[in-house]
Design a protein around this ligand. Structure first.
Ligand code: ADP
Ligand code: MG
Length: 917
């Protein structure tokens, strides 16, 4: 048991507005208004005793947001002052709710003992100061953070270019883990970059916030804080960064462009401001070179449901399905990887090697995972300690982390030949000094309080001076026990007790029936009445007062000593923070590798072959999320192959990737097929095994996925316009290396409109973008295009018609569907039989007019639409490579004589020689 060390002070008797003439501003209000004026856009938590009070408009906003009572406190210039308050002890909870609702809070503390203020004179006010600004992007408290996600503050700087090609510099920091990244991008890439970083708060200049083009994009972020220009001043950026990192020049830390440095400086300046001078240590900014990650725009992320479903839930997302990590840091790292798949096949292979090691050795995998389960979140513990908000359990976390590093190392050492990534992990785990853990082990008690001020966290026999003070305190407590026995004896009241509470301190308590005796002579000479309750009466004695003072003194001293020890240990930890952080990161890497290996084994995934070709060939592909869902219901997932690789020609592959046009009835599995292929590419590039029996993937530079308007209802803006804007982005941006998924584009408008747009879009993709593409549609007319577009291939999802109903087989095969079976699906869904019958007869009429006929005619009549650049070039004489391909296509081996075959070989050989030049 710990005895409260000090009795909480009552709210300081400061002069309140009520005591003064109505029109005068009291000194306290004066102080309040001054502090408030310095923090205009934040709610001011103004400390008064055990409460943070809010006044005026702040009080009105907060009481509404938190559902707490709005009261009044005195008058200001003749008008009532609205007020509400939150108890300091529970303030984290209230802060959390306010931050979530988009507020920012300035926390203003009492900087001196109220007694000191009183000593200065009756009217003087307790000195107060803002000690911290709480904003969504600068949190460190465990209670305010989600353990499994990073909490990024992002600074966005823009450099104007006269040519119109503005550049954007970005710097993002998670102060709860010390990660610090910078990069630069073109204005057009900003949306995808923001979606990837997914910041909790962004800071920008006022000008950028108000910008007509970029402003709307920024305002879609969860929180944006506009700041004055000086924070984004490029001229002082380097100096501010050097100042923060306490170095003479940034050269040694990292190479950054001027624009990146501007953003980085803005970010650290803002952190400095919000932490009010306490500087959380940050890793040196690490630069993310352009083009090293797969670009994925926000719409694609949303509709592939990478981290959230369209309904906004984590459950049902890809991340949720593949996250088998056992630590919060591992979970954060996996989310980071998923947000930013790589484009360098060597880096991808390095990650895959680590997973392969754990796929091959199941025992090692399980052992490592159980070691990791006991490893605490060291990076967040460190961050809290560094800004003075850490507690004894954070020190214990570091101790346990180092011990876990030893166990992990011992286990990893048994691996045959650890691949480079695991060897790197082992190096990092060796870094933290073992002495530190030993010191913490000696110093920290078994049971630790959450906050250091509760005391009792230093182990006995760690520091003699502390042991001595503690025994003094405990001895005095024994004296109290003896005193109780003595008083009970002297008064003959058996039930007499000496007890303690925060308000009275120690007191003697008897039941009401004995109360009168103690208040009458002779006992009243010893027992001084303090309080009468319904059933009890409470007293104090001179003797008890003395011993109480002794206990309190000893207790205060013991706590003082403990806090000194805490500071010492904290300093030791922070001195080792680089090593500890490296080890923490190594744990996260290890967790992700083991977790992805477990996933691969459990769900039967295969290692993808990733290179820099334009291939995309998946055999036995499955949708990772749908497969898991079906498995839970005991249903099988039908695996499907997909090959978008450039067509074979001669001895190798030439030209660009293919377009697969997928037709088939509703509910057949078209959307699932499209998405599974996008997800397989993405998973391969985060360096994970994939749900397939074989996958050969040429690195994808950009991934695009679009769904026709009607599927987009969940986002609440299902307009055809949105669909078209998004399609425009693809047609303008997709390159030969991109992978494009288009699901029923064009269906948000009238049939012929939609068909025409889809038609033109496919031609453009084939001739201009030349990207690997999957296109699902109900416009069966489009299948006719394959006659003209050489790299277009028709596929369909098989169904069986059985007694007028459809049976879905979910098999993707070459060919095209002649109908959508919409009416059969409607029947399955329970539309009234009369409606079904009527629909059938209408359909029969329409089919008689045969739109398909028209389409086939169109393919013949319409020249390929007038695409400018590349298509024009293609209309020109065919290239050698194409001649070669045509020559091969023209061969009919079964009808050739040996001699003809030999001649053909010579012809091909000579064409190939020309093509190779
Ligand atoms: P479509 O886009 O053709 O209308 P969906 O892709 O939305 O069809 O699939 C409809 C349902 O069929 C899915 O929710 C899923 O449960 C099931 N499904 C799709 N593909 C498969 C598959 N390959 N194996 C098993 N079930 C599947
Ligand atoms: Mg669909």
């Amino acid at each position: 048991m710990t005895i409260p060390q000090s009795i909480s002070a009552p709210a300081p008797p400061e002069p309140t507005p009520a005591n003064d003439a109505p029109s005068r501003v009291t000194p306290m209000m004066e102080q309040y208004l001054e502090i408030k004026a310095a923090n205009p856009s934040l709610l001011l938590f103004y400390r008064m005793g055990d409460f943070y009070e809010l006044f005026f408009e702040d009080a009105e906003l907060a009481s509404k947001a938190l559902g707490i009572m709005l009261t009044k406190r005195g008058k200001h210039q003749g008008v009532d002052i609205p007020m509400c308050g939150v108890p300091v002890e529970r303030s984290d909870d209230y802060l959390h709710r306010l931050i979530e609702k988009g507020f920012r809070v300035a926390v203003c503390e009492q900087m001196e003992d109220p007694a000191a203020a009183r000593a200065r004179g009756n009217k003087s006010v307790v000195r107060r100061d803002v000690v911290r600004l709480v904003t969504p992007g600068t949190l460190t408290e465990d209670t305010l953070l989600d353990a499994r996600t990073n909490n990024y503050l992002l600074a966005i700087a823009r450099a104007r270019a006269s040519s119109g090609g503005d550049r954007i510099g970005l710097a993002w920091i998670d102060i709860s883990t010390a990660e610090f990244m910078v990069t630069e991008c073109a204005v057009g890439e900003l949306a995808a970059t923001l979606a990837r970083i997914n910041p909790n708060e962004a800071i920008v200049t006022d000008a950028l916030y108000g910008d007509a083009d970029l402003g709307p994009l920024l305002r879609e972020l969860p929180a944006v804080t506009p700041l004055t220009r000086d924070v984004f001043d490029g001229a002082t950026a380097e100096r501010r960064l050097c100042d923060y990192f306490a170095v003479a020049t940034m050269d040694g830390l990292s190479a950054m462009s001027r624009l990146e440095a501007t953003a980085a400086a803005a970010a650290v300046t803002y952190i400095d401001r919000t932490q009010v001078g306490k500087r959380p240590p940050l890793s040196p900014p690490s630069r993310e070179a352009a083009g090293t990650t797969m670009a994925i725009d926000p719409a694609t992320r949303a509709n592939l449901e990478l981290t959230r479903t369209l309904a906004g839930e984590r459950r049902g997302s890809l991340l949720d399905a593949i996250d088998c990590t056992v630590t919060p840091a591992g979970s954060r790292l996996l989310a980071q990887r998923l947000a930013a798949p790589l484009t360098d096949s060597a880096a991808i292979a390095r990650r895959l090697d680590a997973i392969s090691a754990f796929v091959a050795d199941g025992v090692a995998r399980d052992d490592i995972r159980s070691i990791l389960r006991s490893a605490p979140d060291m990076s967040r513990a460190l961050a809290r300690l560094s800004v003075g908000r850490g507690g004894p359990r954070d020190l214990a976390g570091l101790r346990d982390g180092i011990l876990a590093a030893d166990s992990a190392l011992a286990r990893l050492a048994q691996l045959d030949t650890p691949p480079p990534e695991i060897a790197g992990i082992m190096d990092a785990l060796r870094r933290p000094a073992r002495d530190l853990a030993r010191e913490f082990e000696r110093a920290l008690a078994e049971q630790l309080p959450l906050i250091k001020r509760d005391g009792g966290f230093v182990r006995e026999q760690y520091e003699p001076a502390l042991d001595e003070t503690r025994s003094l305190r405990d001895a005095s407590r024994l004296v109290v026990a003896a005193m109780q026995a003595r008083y009970a004896d002297a008064t003959s009241i058996k039930g007499l007790k000496i007890r303690h509470n925060n308000v009275l301190g120690y007191f003697v308590e008897v039941t009401a029936q004995h109360g009168d005796r103690l208040m009458a002579p002779p006992l009243n000479a010893t027992f001084i009445h303090r309080q009468t309750l319904a059933g009890q009466v409470r007293f104090t004695t001179a003797e008890l007062g003395e011993i109480e003072a002794k206990i309190a003194n000893a207790g205060d001293r013991a706590l003082g000593l403990e806090l000194e020890i805490f500071e010492r240990l904290c300093t030791m930890a922070l001195a080792a923070s680089d090593d500890l952080r490296a080890a923490a990161h190594a744990f996260a890497l290890l967790d992700v590798a083991a977790a992805l290996a477990k996933l691969a084994v459990d769900d039967n995934y295969v290692r993808p072959e990733v290179d820099h070709s334009l291939n995309f060939a998946v055999e036995g592909g499955r949708h990772p999320v749908v497969e898991q869902a079906l498995k839970r219901d005991g249903a099988p997932f039908i695996a499907n192959a997909c090959d978008l690789s450039p067509p074979l020609a001669g001895e190798g592959r030439v030209g660009a990737g293919q377009i697969w046009l997928i037709t088939g009835p509703n509910m057949a599995g078209k959307s699932t097929f499209l998405r599974q292929n996008a997800l397989i590419a993405l998973m391969a590039q985060i360096g994970s095994f994939v749900p397939a029996s074989r996958a050969r993937i040429g690195v994808v530079d950009r991934l695009f996925s679009r769904v026709g308007a009607a599927d987009d209802l969940a986002r609440g803006r299902s307009t055809f316009m949105v669909e078209m804007v998004e399609t425009a982005v693809i047609l303008n941006q997709a390159s030969e290396r991109s992978l494009v998924i288009l699901d029923e584009i064009g269906r948000g408008t009238a049939t012929f409109d939609g068909l025409s747009i889809a038609w033109a879009a496919i031609e453009h993709l084939h001739e201009n973008n030349r990207c690997r593409t999957l296109f699902a549609t109900h416009y069966h007319e489009l299948t006719a295009l394959s006659a003209k577009l050489r790299r277009m291939f028709n596929a369909t999802v098989r169904v069986k018609e059985w007694q007028g109903d459809v049976v879905f087989l979910h098999e993707v095969l070459p060919g095209s569907a002649d109908r959508s079976y919409g009416i059969q699906v409607a029947k399955l869904a329970g539309l009234p039989p009369a409606v079904i019958a009527r629909a059938k007869s209408v359909l029969a009429k329409l089919e008689a007019q045969d739109r398909g006929q028209t389409a086939r005619a169109l393919v013949d009549d319409l020249p390929l639409f007038a695409v400018p650049s590349r298509a024009a070039a293609e209309a020109a004489p065919p290239t050698e490579a194409e001649q070669l391909m045509e020559a091969v296509k023209a061969l009919h081996p079964d009808e050739m004589s040996p001699r003809e075959a030999l001649e053909a070989l010579y012809r091909i050989k000579s064409l190939a020689a020309k093509a190779g030049k």
